[in-house]
Design a protein around this ligand. Structure first.
Ligand SMILES: [Zn+2]
Ligand SMILES: [Zn+2]
Length: 360
């Protein structure tokens, strides 16, 4: 999207490869829909339906196959097996993860929770909500006995693996940790599509598109690429058509309508209420758009990014100041002046981030 914004401002030009070149180089992406999955019978509802197993089996006749799994670990999120409430750490309320050895640990504080019981209903059994690379590798290892299975990712035993040779093997990797295969992969499965592309965060779909594409380009041109797990439909269709520019144009137009980056420039401010209110009044007077301030959202109880101001109290309020791209420099100059004035007058610091990746 950022690149598309440069194109639309005339700073860059789109370069297209001829259609035949693209067709020869790019693997075929399939997104099985409801009819295809229903035709598979009960396995169609599985995380890895039988059509995906068939694609892997066929690929392993020729060489390595890649399986992209959005999350590392065994079962990175678990819930009460009876009432389905997400299981949380009794000490810090962090999400609990299940390890291969059956140990239940907190993802925030690392404590082991030996005897978990559900605060909602008292039940003591857990079910897996998310399945990570380790568990996926274990399942596929059982489904393909005798085929070597390697897992690549920051949290795996061997860490991120850079490359694999052309011999048949199953490679399970988190996004960004996919090894390059000698001669390319003979099939690529992209699992849990919704986990990557349908998060409510701004830009989740384009980030998913990027991560799927980075895995897809590692495939041999004759290999099938199968995207599973209810992916965001617009992103999935753009991947099928290999139309990244069209997808970026559409996303960018949406951002322009919503006055969001990269179509607009936005600054996120964190600080004490009175300082922000004063600043926002001046921003409004200068003709900028202002949103907030409101109480800083606590993302699931995690640390507030603004709390990193040295020596300051954790900021309690947050807001946005926005400007169209044509006034972007003016907005930056305005903020710089405000920050300088505040430090001259020894006022409580406000944390300013221009074009933050996470807006709220
Ligand atoms: Zn429960
Ligand atoms: Zn904890």
């Amino acid at each position: 999207m950022e690149a598309q914004a440069y194109i639309e401002q005339g700073w860059a030009t789109d370069l297209h490869a001829p259609r035949e070149t693209m067709r020869a180089a790019v693997a075929r992406v399939q997104v099985p829909g409801t009819p295809e999955l229903e035709a598979e019978g009960p396995s169609g509802a599985a995380r890895i339906p039988s059509l995906a197993h068939r694609a892997l089996r066929e690929a392993l006749q020729h060489g390595p196959a890649l399986v992209q799994v959005p999350r590392g670990g065994y079962a990175p999120l678990v819930a009460c097996a009876r009432c389905r409430a997400v299981a949380r750490c009794p000490v810090c309320s962090g999400p609990l993860a299940l390890g291969r050895d059956g140990a239940v640990t907190c993802r925030w504080c690392g404590r082991n929770t030996a005897n978990w019981s559900c605060p909602e209903c008292g039940h003591t059994r857990l079910r897996m909500v998310q399945v990570g690379t380790t568990r996926t590798a274990e399942e596929l290892g059982r489904a393909f006995p005798g085929v070597p299975v390697v897992a690549s990712g920051a949290r795996e035993d061997h860490g991120v693996i850079a490359g694999v040779d052309a011999r048949p093997r199953l490679v399970i990797a988190t996004p960004g940790a996919e090894p390059v295969a000698d001669g390319g992969y003979w099939a690529v499965l992209l699992l849990d599509g919704a986990a990557l592309s349908s998060r409510p965060d701004l830009g989740a779909a384009s980030e998913a598109m990027r991560q799927w594409t980075n895995a897809a380009v590692l495939a041999h041109p004759d290999a099938p690429i199968v995207l599973l797990g209810r992916p965001h439909p617009v992103a999935a269709q753009a991947l099928v058509r290999w139309d990244h520019a069209g997808f970026a144009r559409r996303e960018l137009a949406e951002r322009a309508q919503l006055h969001l980056p990269p179509a607009w420039r936005a600054a996120r401010l964190d600080g004490p209420r009175l300082r922000l209110e004063d600043l926002f009044e001046q921003a409004r007077a200068a003709g900028f758009e202002v949103l907030g301030p409101v109480a800083t959202p606590q993302h699931g109880g995690s640390a507030v990014p603004g709390a990193a101001v040295p020596g300051a109290q954790p900021p309690s309020m947050r807001g946005l100041i926005r400007a169209p791209l044509t006034r972007g420099r003016e907005l930056a100059a305005f903020l710089q002046l405000q920050v300088r004035e505040a430090s001259v007058h020894r006022e409580e610091p406000v944390r300013v981030e221009l074009d933050p990746t996470v807006l709220w």
